[in-house]
Write a protein that binds this ligand. Structure first.
Ligand code: FAD
Length: 264
């Protein structure tokens, strides 16, 4: 299929892009790497009247480091990021974000805005307690990852806003990051990650899920067997054509246990 007709704009600054979004509201849709949006357009699952190409916005590019803090511009591609020295957990997770071709076009901001329940970035953001910087013509706001992720394919970005950057603090240190995928580069069937005593399961349900009961058990030095049993109970799994909810709970619990062991 071909996409429905749309008007195409390629603003040269963030201010110009935000003005366009302000004028056109729900009718306009930002375009980043296009790895998710272009297929949606081609299948006519999205039919915006206007596409706003973010490819020329200098304000959304670049990576800034200040000690253990990293601010990653929303238009940074996964491949650009992979070429840098990174905290171990990011270096371990990035190769799982699709195939090389997808990582060379797909952006960190696009992954977060798209909010696929099986995607790595929304899970990393919750695990690392990231802050997301959003901009509108009226000003900027910062949201914690837990408040940014609202549901499957749904983030807190308003139609007149753009995600500008993701800010990570203290992402260094021991970690566990594991996922099961049918073939390398496929979306995860189920995944789990552990960092600094925080635990997240992803590709299990509607949204990357922080496992706070399991975290409490870790603080009490619970046994691996108890952790696995609790994880199986705590993971809120859904089933689909790729895997049943039971599979996701069982395999997810095993991954949680292994992620904790790796982080230790
Ligand atoms: C075959 C295949 C396999 C894949 N496998 C994986 C995988 O294993 N793991 C994974 O995480 N992803 C995977 N992806 C998805 C890929 O990572 C996409 O790149 C990503 O989901 C979207 O990023 P993008 O830059 O291409 O965004 P786009 O497709 O351009 O945009 C996606 C959505 O985000 C919005 N958006 C983009 N940028 C902004 C912004 N700055 N502010 C506000 N809204 C914005 C767009 O309007 C659109 O709604 C796969 C994709 C394909 C085609």
């Amino acid at each position: 299929m071909k996409s429905a007709p749309f008007e195409y704009r390629r603003p040269a600054s963030l201010a110009e892009a935000l003005q366009i979004l302000d004028q056109h509201g729900d009718d306009a849709r930002p375009l980043a790497g296009g790895q998710s949006l272009i297929p949606l357009l081609a299948m006519r699952l999205a039919q915006p009247a206007m596409i706003v190409d973010l490819g020329r916005l200098p304000e959304l590019r670049g990576i800034r480091r200040d000690g253990s803090e990293i601010a990653i511009g929303a238009m940074t591609t996964q491949a650009q990021l992979q070429r840098l020295p990174l905290p171990g957990i990011l270096a371990a997770a990035l190769p799982h974000v699709g195939h090389f071709q997808i990582r060379s076009r797909g952006t960190v901001g696009g992954s977060l805005a798209h909010m696929d329940p099986a995607a790595e970035w929304p899970a990393l953001a919750v695990l690392l307690d990231a802050e997301l910087e959003l901009a509108a013509t009226s000003g900027r706001r910062l949201l914690r990852a837990a408040d940014f992720a609202l549901g499957p394919m749904t983030s807190a970005i308003e139609p007149n806003e753009l995600l500008v950057s993701i800010r990570l603090s203290g992402a260094e240190g021991p970690f566990g990051f594991l996922e099961v995928e049918r073939r390398p580069g496929d979306f995860a069937l189920v995944g789990a990650a552990c960092h600094r005593g925080r635990l997240v399961a992803f590709a299990t349900g509607a949204i990357a899920q922080r496992l706070t009961r399991c975290e409490a058990l870790l603080r009490e030095d619970g046994s691996p067997g108890d952790l696995r049993a609790l994880a199986e109970a705590e993971i809120e799994a859904t089933g689909d054509v790729h895997a049943s909810a039971g599979y996701r709970r069982r395999v997810g619990a095993a991954l949680v246990q292994r992620a904790v062991e790796a982080a230790a």
